[in-house]
Design a protein around this ligand. Sequence first.
Ligand SMILES: Nc1ncnc2c1ncn2[C@@H]1O[C@H](COP(=O)(O)OP(=O)(O)OP(=O)(O)O)[C@@H](O)[C@H]1O
Ligand SMILES: CC(=O)N[C@H]1[C@@H]2OC[C@@H](O2)[C@@H](O)[C@@H]1O[C@H](C)C(=O)O
Length: 398
Amino acid sequence: MNPQIAQLFQIAQKPSRLILGLMSGTSLDGLDLALCRFTGFGLNTQVELVQHKTILYSEEFKQSIREVFAKEQIHFPSLSTLNAQIGRLHAQYILDSLQNWGITPQEVDAIASHGQTVMHRPIRSGNLPDSTLQIGDGDHIAHLTGIITLSDFRQKHIAGGGEGAPLAVYGDYFLFSKKGANRILLNIGGIGNFTFLSGSQDPKDILVTDTGPGNTLLDAFVRQHFPGFHYDKDARLARQGILHIPLLDSLLNLPFFQEAFPKSTGPEYFNLALLNQVIQENGYSLTPVDTLRTLTELTAQSISKAMQSYIPNFHSLECQLIVSGGGSKNPLLMERFTKINPNMKVSESDQLGIASEAKEAVLFALLANETLMDDQVTSNRRLGDSPWLSLGKISLPN
Ligand SMILES: Nc1ncnc2c1ncn2[C@@H]1O[C@H](COP(=O)(O)OP(=O)(O)OP(=O)(O)O)[C@@H](O)[C@H]1O
Ligand SMILES: CC(=O)N[C@H]1[C@@H]2OC[C@@H](O2)[C@@H](O)[C@@H]1O[C@H](C)C(=O)O
């Protein structure tokens, strides 16, 4: 037998596993790493976040990703190069981080790598399949680190009838559901998404969906109109602006917001070309800070509206809201969100024991743990509308 297959078998029999989760999100800021120790799986999962950090990408590297990111036309050879380059860079970040933490690669049972999304393409009409593409190939990571690597977690979600996103539901349900407590886990990254966990803990009652833009339009607009700025830190720019209600209404009327839940989206749809089109078609004229104020409101309102229309009895529901992602650090956004939803008790995901900035990297480590451990997997299980399968492909180091 290939000794690496025997090693996989041994890992799955260990009482606990050390798994390194990796996530690089749509904000393209860098790579989040979360070293996690797992015992159990499914609703019995226990996770200890042993170490975590974010390694920021250089401006030059961000630019090379932007050239292929969410674009209709790209230089195809660059995409091929980046698939290897991102895998190799992430492998180097892993080796550097393990060294800093005083941990040898032999101590790590598996790596769980999300990769970099470059295209997310849900198709809600016609005969084409939904598709999504994450690059940064797992074979490079496995071979360069010597650690078994699971990657490409979204493809089987689509094969099983999902849209490839959001995947947060698995981590949210296994780690944060609590009998008797209704909880919403809201992540405001490039795109907003939430998981609703009913106090019944019945998988059928789970709801999960993207809500629309989180920070993606805000960040892109800041980069274009305020040279030298990468995002609207502490909403200092948006606070100087005035809300433009007609633009807000036009944006809230976009087709994505009329589509049925659950749904997923990305910067392929919510981008500056769309914003400019809406502004021009309607002949609006507004200053950059007014636009930022309005985009901040769009995020707050689109998240609120999605919750109100998707979660049954939302207005009368006793519910705790746990928020994560970079958008939770935007004070104006959170101020507006709590004003619109005065009934919500808002807390940060840190209060449930996982640092907010590490939550998505922990999610992928958890998905790898499930794939290695889940002994009940069948083709027809679901968490809400999400297929509940073994996600991720396994790369052996040699
Ligand atoms: N102090 C702050 N004030 C305003 N905005 C902030 C602040 N801190 C972070 N952000 C926002 O959060 C963004 C980074 O968010 P995050 O790290 O969640 O992105 P991501 O991981 O790429 O997201 P995704 O969930 O799409 O993968 C920044 O680009 C910025 O828009
Ligand atoms: C295709 C893709 O990469 N989607 C991301 C993105 O970032 C936030 C939102 O859009 C979410 O749908 C998803 O990531 C998280 C981790 C998820 O799948 O739950």
